[in-house]
Write a protein that binds this ligand. Structure first.
Ligand code: BEZ
Length: 210
């Protein structure tokens, strides 16, 4: 069964480059970005994991931990990590799951047999501190992911969790937001700055501060 938004992220135990983990214990109280890649020692994946390492500070500011998964063994992950650090310029600073028995990959539907073989596609799960799945993304093996977009999604989720607003097309942090339909324009004017009614169903407001 596929994992849908709002589902509880399935728990698992796994061997990783940072030792054995219980996923829910490992991410306790934090957001997590769980992402799969097809194979170690491949070029696109090398750039993706390097970028993830470089984003450690940005993730930490947002209370997010990253964790990668592929079906390769942990010794390969350790060897490949040296290349990732050399190419990307940052030591690998997050765990990589060695999912040789495909337990995690199958639990999260990361293997798409129509995509050529039994390696994992480029799946991303953004999971909140309550272990709820908040975003899923699936990219083909030949297309590297945009990790800046993953950070932007987390910013949007954290903003829309703390205020009754939504983010419009192409939103970036600091841009204006959309007042939730459940709030009257009058109430919005009390709560937010620069409220502007374009349509009864489209009211802009300045981004509320944290
Ligand atoms: C890559 O990471 O470069 C890659 C891996 C599997 C299939 C295609 C590309």
């Amino acid at each position: 069964m596929s994992i849908r938004l709002g589902d509880e992220a399935p728990n698992f135990t796994a061997e990783t480059t940072e030792g054995q983990i219980d996923f829910h214990d490992w991410k306790s109280g934090t957001w997590a970005v769980l992402f799969s890649h097809p194979a170690d020692f491949t070029p696109v994946c090398t750039t993706e994991l390097g970028r993830t390492a470089a984003l450690k500070g940005e993730f930490a500011k947002r209370n997010v931990k990253a964790i990668a998964v592929s079906v390769d063994p942990v010794e390969h992950h350790h060897d490949w990590s040296k290349d990732i650090a050399e190419v990307g310029g940052t030591p690998v600073n997050f765990p990589i799951i060695a999912d040789q028995d495909r337990k995690v990959s199958e639990l999260y539907g990361m293997i798409h047999p129509g995509e050529g073989d039994t390696s994992t596609v480029r799946a991303v799960f953004v999971i909140d501190p309550n272990n709820k799945v908040r975003t899923t993304l699936t990219y083909p093996k030949s297309v590297g992911r945009n990790f800046t977009e993953i950070v932007r999604i987390i910013d949007a989720l954290q903003l829309t969790d703390r205020a009754p607003v939504s983010t419009p097309v192409d939103w970036q942090p600091g841009n204006r937001v959309i007042v939730a339909p459940t709030m009257s324009t009058e109430d919005a004017k009390q709560r937010f700055q620069q409220v502007e009614e374009i349509k009864p169903y489209l009211r802009w407001a300045a981004e509320p501060s944290a």
